[in-house]
Ligand binder design. Structure first.
Ligand code: NAD
Length: 360
């Protein structure tokens, strides 16, 4: 993810009307091979394996930290104590206690902190969000938010830190994909009140890369059936986070349905915004979207945005909000929202254990 961010920042010139500049000046990674890649970035003045060296630099204002989840709290805390601002990676700490501790430190030290979640910056996601905010769907019926992967279907895929509780956290796939699924609902004020969780461990071990097998003890798939209050009505909201979803490469989707209208967007068909209309006849209308990202770029309006583009949009939102210039435009996940997502996941773990629904 460090390389993705550095590459998005390297073409900052693509952003039009961007009042704030951004460049990568220093990079830290324990691995020499990972650090060496950053020699391609001409603005980088420091490559180090020691994060304290990076945090002493005057030419570093804010730090993006993308490390395994068990290191979040320690490294985020070091960034904040050094007086730098922080763009944290999800899940913003390995568990709820860590998330609360990071947020508390940010507040005490008065640092600007946001958390990464880029898919809501896609034009289709923005359109569904705006329609949901307007609330012109009649009486709300239900909400679905999902993020589905499938590369773990291959049992020969070797173990890594994301497949073990000790490094990924007991949340498993919820820690990995959950923030992406909850960013829009939480921004709309739709925090689940109750959850019934179905968590699955499908493969229990994976090749260890040394000829043997290693335990894979994280939750692979999570389906959370929740209740949310939308326009005064309590309705179901289904949250799906899956590493073993047959055929789904990286499918993020968000759907809101009401009695008079509805909207649906999925990265599986990334140009399409689907709008439901109830007239004399009922219809789903498909609109072909172009490059209508929240922050204008040099790219022509007819083209299709992709992952690198929305990562750059998210970074644009971060630097603008940090400078007090975001206005009413869409911003990154706040520490409060990150804590709220952890409250949902913590309740989901309890729900799974007791096979019942849990109030949040
Ligand atoms: N926003 C997204 O779309 C997205 C996508 C993938 C991963 N992530 C998140 O990014 C974070 C990292 O995931 P990844 O897939 O990039 O992991 P990764 O394993 O590919 O990379 C982590 C890097 O951290 C380095 N590292 C470990 N300990 C360190 C330390 N103490 N100091 C300096 N460097 C250290 C490792 O050497 C490695 O290069 C996680 O929180 C993950 O959930 C976010």
């Amino acid at each position: 993810m460090g390389r993705e961010v550095a590459s998005a920042v390297s073409r900052w010139c693509a952003l039009e009307d961007m009042e704030v500049g951004c460049e990568i000046t220093a990079v830290c990674d324990l691995e020499l091979s990972a650090r060496e890649w950053f020699r391609k970035i001409p603005t980088v003045r420091l490559l180090t394996a020691d994060s304290s060296e990076l945090l002493k630099r005057d030419d570093v204002d804010a730090v993006y930290v993308a490390v395994p989840h068990y290191l979040h709290e320690k490294l985020y805390s070091e960034v904040l104590k050094s007086g730098k601002d922080l763009l944290a990676e999800k899940p913003f700490g390995i568990d709820l206690a860590a998330a609360r501790s990071i947020a508390r430190q940010a507040e005490e030290l008065k640092r600007f902190v946001r958390c990464s979640s880029e898919f809501p910056f896609l034009p289709g996601a923005q359109r569904v969000f705006a329609l949901a905010q307007d609330g012109r769907f009649g009486r709300p019926i239900e909400v679905r938010s999902a993020f589905l992967h499938s590369s773990d279907l291959d049992p020969a895929k070797p173990i890594n830190w994301k497949r073990q509780n000790v490094t990924c956290g007991d949340l498993g796939v919820m820690g990995d994909l959950g923030m992406h699924v909850l960013h829009l609902p939480l921004r709309l004020g739709w925090k689940p009140k109750r959850v019934y969780a179905q968590l699955q461990k499908i493969y229990h071990e994976r090749p260890d890369g040394k000829g043997g097998m290693a335990p894979a003890d994280t939750w692979d798939n999570a389906t959370l059936h929740t209740d949310v209050v939308v326009k005064g009505d309590e309705i179901p909201m289904r949250l799906e986070m899956k590493r073993l979803a047959p055929g789904e490469t990286n499918s993020w989707s968000f759907e809101v349905l009401g009695t008079d209208g509805g909207a649906r967007f999925s990265t599986k068909d990334a140009k399409a915004l689907w709008l439901f209309e109830r007239g004399k006849e009922q219809s789903w209308r498909r609109i072909d979207l172009g490059f209508s990202t929240p922050f204008r770029t040099v790219t022509g309006g007819i083209f299709e945005p992709g992952f690198p583009d929305i990562l750059q949009q998210m970074l644009g939102a971060f630097v603008l909000e940090r400078s007090g210039l975001l206005g009413n435009r869409f911003g990154c996940v706040t520490p409060r929202e990150a804590i709220q997502s952890h409250e949902v996941f913590a309740a989901a773990l309890v729900s799974q254990k007791m096979h019942g629904s849990v109030l949040i």
